[in-house]
Design a protein around this ligand. Structure first.
Ligand code: PEP
Length: 252
C-alpha cells in the first residue's frame, strides 16, 4: 500500500533475519495493526527472500512492505543483486538504501547510494536513504558536517516528500543499546531538514519524513519520537518482535 505523507512512519528493518516460519510473526503484526494505527504508518522490510510472501500475507492490511537494498541498474549481469523493479514486482512499495551496514560491509559510497535512490524512484518505490556519523566522527565534533555532506550527496531536483524519506542512524547507536540525547537527535534532524530545504524548498522539505534509527525500543520510543523534526523511526532488532514493533508505533 502507498503510505500517506505527514504521519509518522515506523519502519522495521529485519536485516538478515527471518525464514518462512516468520510469517507467524507477520500474522501477529497484521492482527495488532488491524484497521490501521492512529499514531503511525507501518512498514516492514524483510530479507529479499521474504518480500513476496510477506507482501501476500499483509495484502489489504495497514502494513506496507519494503526491501532492504536494491541495485542501481534495472537488470543485467550482477549476480546476487536485486533490482528495484524486482522488489516492486514482489509487492514492495519502499526500499532502504545506504544503510550503514551496506556502506561498511559492501563499501557503498555516497555516489552509489545516490544511484540506488534514483533506481528506487525509477521503479516507483519510496526510498528510505540512511545517513549517520560514526563514533569517532561524533567525538571529533564532526557529526553535523558529516551528515550534511551525506544528505547533500543524495539531493537533486527530483527528490520530493512523497518519494523519499531520510533515516538518521548514528552508526554507533545501531544495535548497541546506545542512543543520542533527544536534544542531539532534534539538532541533527533540524539540520537535515534545513539542508534538504536549501535544495528542494521549505514546503517540500517539510513533507519529507525524517526517521530516527538506532536502538529504538518501546521504552525510549515516546521520548525520541517527540523530538523536533522526527517523523518516525527505522527500527532494527525491536522490529522482529510483533508486540515491541507495535508498541513503538503506538508510542509515536
Ligand atoms: C537499523 O539497523 O536500522 C537499526 C536501527 O537497528 P537497531 O534498531 O537494532 O539499532
Amino acid at each position: 500500500m502507498a503510505l500517506p505523507e505527514n504521519r509518522k512512519l515506523v519502519a522495521g528493518n529485519w536485516k538478515m533475519n527471518g525464514t518462512l516460519a516468520f510469517l507467524d510473526t507477520v500474522a501477529e503484526m497484521r492482527v495488532g495493526a488491524a484497521g490501521g494505527l492512529a499514531e503511525a504508518d507501518l512498514l516492514v522490510c524483510p530479507p529479499a527472500t521474504l518480500v513476496s510472501a510477506v507482501a501476500t500475507a499483509l495484502d489489504g492490511s495497514a502494513i506496507a512492505v519494503g526491501g532492504q537494498d536494491c541495485h542501481a541498474e534495472t537488470s543485467g549481469a550482477f549476480t546476487g543483486d536485486i533490482a528495484a523493479e524486482m522488489l516492486a514486482d514482489c509487492g514492495a512499495t519502499h526500499v532502504i538504501v545506504g544503510h550503514s551496514e551496506r556502506r561498511q560491509y559492501h563499501a557503498e559510497d555516497d555516489a552509489t547510494v545516490a544511484a540506488k535512490l534514483r533506481a528506487a524512484h525509477r521503479a516507483g518505490l519510496v526510498a528510505i536513504a540512511c545517513v549517520g556519523e560514526t563514533k569517532d566522527e561524533r567525538e571529533a565534533g564532526n557529526a553535523l558536517a558529516v551528515v550534511r555532506a551525506q544528505v547533500e550527496a543524495l539531493l537533486d531536483d527530483t527528490i520530493t516528500g512523497a518519494n523519499t524519506c531520510i533515516a538518521y542512524e548514528p552508526v554507533w547507536a545501531i544495535g548497541t543499546g546506545l542512543t543520542p540525547t533527544v536534544d542531539d537527535v532534534a539538532q541533527m534532524h533540524t539540520s537535515i531538514r534545513e539542508t534538504i530545504a536549501a535544495r528542494i524548498g521549505t514546503d517540500e522539505a517539510a513533507r519529507l519524513r525524517l526517521l530516527y534509527g538506532g536502538s529504538v525500543k518501546p521504552s525510549n520510543a515516546r521520548e525520541l519520537m517527540a523530538a523536533a523534526d522526527v517523523d518516525g523511526a527505522l527500527v532494527g532488532g525491536a522490529s522482529l518482535n510483533a508486540a515491541d514493533f507495535l508498541a513503538i508505533a503506538r508510542a509515536c
